[in-house]
Design a binder for this molecule. Structure first.
Ligand SMILES: Cc1cc2nc3c(=O)[nH]c(=O)nc-3n(C[C@H](O)[C@H](O)[C@H](O)COP(=O)(O)OP(=O)(O)OC[C@H]3O[C@@H](n4cnc5c(N)ncnc54)[C@H](O)[C@@H]3O)c2cc1C
Ligand SMILES: NC(=O)c1ccc[n+]([C@@H]2O[C@H](COP(=O)([O-])OP(=O)(O)OC[C@H]3O[C@@H](n4cnc5c(N)ncnc54)[C@H](O)[C@@H]3O)[C@@H](O)[C@H]2O)c1
Length: 467
């Protein structure tokens, strides 16, 4: 039996990047994948989600067109077309990932991996599920693989709180494969997935209510951003119920409707409940106890700063080790681990100033500290902000507004946070993130000439602090 230099478990964002980069250095690499190439991001995450966001926004684009003289009298939406075109695009991407791996010389193994045992020099892994008949992948039921090093890159999976009837709830994964859309939906949760899917569903014509147990959703984001987003989402027609939770679900007799018991005592009906209540690391099927890999108190694979687990030959990367659950972070971790495996010069992942976007409608783009965090860290903070009607909507009926905010450490003049809620906020904040990461000061922002007429130019023209 061949002994691979490296066996990667999981062909998601982290696993694919690591395996092909490692194979390019001449190591013999195998990757085991149980479900789909590209992992969560490509199949049931970032990519199809963003396609759905685009799809759902078309409704507003059509409404806005009237202000510019375009008449669209007969407008119809067909979910099956959106879903099918999305599926085709994801299939295309699966093929791209397959080619990337194969062309890099990586051996693809289809199946679910679990640990068997280890010695001082090798780890033994077995493949549980059988290979599908039309698969071009190697492996199959009972295959055992030996490797000098193993990488756990198994990602995470949706978590649904245990309540009576929780099996009736859908997860974000289910949302990508629905046969039809319901007329009404309750989105349960207040994080990224909840606000993104509330926007998608409402935009596609589903009467949507978001139920969140806390005071205000998007915990951890800048308080004013959260308040602003609340207002904007409400304008789009999503009903927001905060300080509310779901206690049980029950199928209504003879109907497709669910009866939903809320913590306030009210009982409501919905065609669907989407549990957007967080994710848990994929570790259950790995039989980690066979190799004494330890988990932390959140059930994530515990690693040191070089991504090594408690076992010297086993490493962890991406969602399964906790930290920010974002694809670019998983990729950065893979690139930082590579030199440890290949003897290259050290690369560290810098977890400060990671930019992120929430693809609610309008988008949030953010980098650096919230005002609350910045005050705690730096003390004296100058706050620059602006809220305005975007130029596009001076000619439409839309009431959508844009919000921007810069936070400056008064002692050093360094910009330590930039936040935006508005169209293409993610696109705009990516550029600002480079400046902030490079240590740009407010003086640098002020001396940068704007691009006119854009919304983004506001970031270099805010002169008067609000405090
Ligand atoms: C709905 C949704 C939207 C998202 N949107 C964004 C976004 O817009 N931007 C962003 O940056 N991030 C987004 N994310 C997060 C992003 O998808 C993850 O952070 C990223 O995919 C993590 O990569 P990973 O390699 O750690 O894990 P994954 O991509 O999940 O890959 C893990 C792979 O391991 C496989 N696997 C698991 N166990 C085994 C086993 N025992 N044997 C073999 N294979 C196994 C899985 O099938 C999977 O393919 C989103 C997530 C979700 C759920
Ligand atoms: N645009 C993006 O980059 C993007 C998009 C989607 C997801 N993601 C990543 O995926 C991760 C997971 O997303 P998510 O939205 O599922 O998780 P999350 O952690 O962001 O939000 C989970 C929500 O569920 C609520 N919740 C948890 N347990 C609950 C319970 N028992 N009862 C009621 N409510 C409960 C929490 O209060 C929280 O509001 C995110 O943290 C993010 O890193 C990123």
């Amino acid at each position: 039996m061949e002994v691979y230099d490296l066996l990667v478990i999981g062909a998601g964002s982290a696993g694919v990047r690591l395996s092909r980069m490692a194979a390019a250095t001449g190591l013999t690499v195998a990757v085991v994948e149980k479900e789909y190439l590209g992992g969560t991001c490509v199949n049931v995450g970032c990519v199809p989600k963003k396609l759905f966001v685009y799809g759902s926004h078309v409704r507003e684009d059509i409404e806005d067109a009237a202000g510019y003289g375009w008449q669209a009298d007969s407008v119809k939406f067909d979910w099956t077309v959106l879903r099918r075109n999305k599926d085709n695009e994801i299939n295309r991407l699966n093929g791209v990932y397959r080619n990337l791996l194969v062309n890099s010389g990586v051996t693809l193994i289809e199946g679910e991996a679990s640990f068997v045992s280890s010695s001082e020099t090798e780890v033994l892994v077995k493949i549980k599920s059988a290979k599908s008949p039309d698969s071009h992948l190697e492996g199959g039921e009972g295959t055992q693989i030996r490797a000098k090093k193993v990488i756990i890159a198994t990602g995470s999976t949706p978590f649904i709180p245990r309540i009576p009837g929780s099996e009736l709830a859908n997860t974000s994964t289910d949302m990508f494969y629905l046969d039809k859309l319901p007329e009404t939906a309750i989105v349960w949760g207040g994080g990224y997935i909840a606000v993104e899917f509330a926007g998608i569903l409402q935009g596609l014509g589903v009467d949507t209510t978001l139920v969140y147990r806390g005071e205000l959703f998007l915990r951890g984001f800048d308080e004013e951003v959260r308040q602003f987003v609340k207002g904007e989402i409400e304008k789009k027609g999503v009903k927001l119920r905060f300080n509310e939770n779901i206690e049980s679900l029950e199928r209504g007799s003879g109907s497709e409707v669910l009866n939903v018991q809320l913590s306030s005592g009210e009982r409501v009906c919905a065609g669907m409940v989407l549990a957007a209540t967080g994710r848990v690391p994929n570790v259950k099927q790995l039989d980690l106890s066979c190799v004494s890999v330890q988990l932390n108190d959140k059930g994530e694979v515990k690693v040191d700063q070089n991504f090594r687990t408690s076992h010297p030959l086993i490493y962890g990367l991406g969602d399964v080790i906790g930290g920010p659950q974002l694809t670019p972070v998983a990729l950065a971790e893979a690139m930082a681990l590579l030199p440890h495996l290949t003897g290259g010069s050290e690369v560290k992942v810098d977890y400060d100033f990671i930019p992120t976007a929430v693809f609610c409608q309008p988008n949030i783009g953010t980098v650096g500290y919230s005002e609350e965090q910045a005050r705690e860290r730096y003390g004296d903070i100058a706050v620059f902000k602006s809220s305005f009607r975007p130029m596009k909507h001076t000619m439409t009926e839309s009431a959508e507004r844009t919000f921007m905010k810069l936070l400056v450490d008064r002692a050093s003049d360094r910009v330590v946070g930039a936040h935006m809620v508005g169209a293409e906020a993610g696109e705009i904040i990516q550029g600002i993130a480079v400046a902030i990461k490079a240590g740009a000061t407010k003086a640098h922002f002020d001396s940068t000439i704007g691009i006119h007429p854009t919304a983004a130019e506001e970031f270099v023209t805010m002169r008067q602090p609000s405090n």
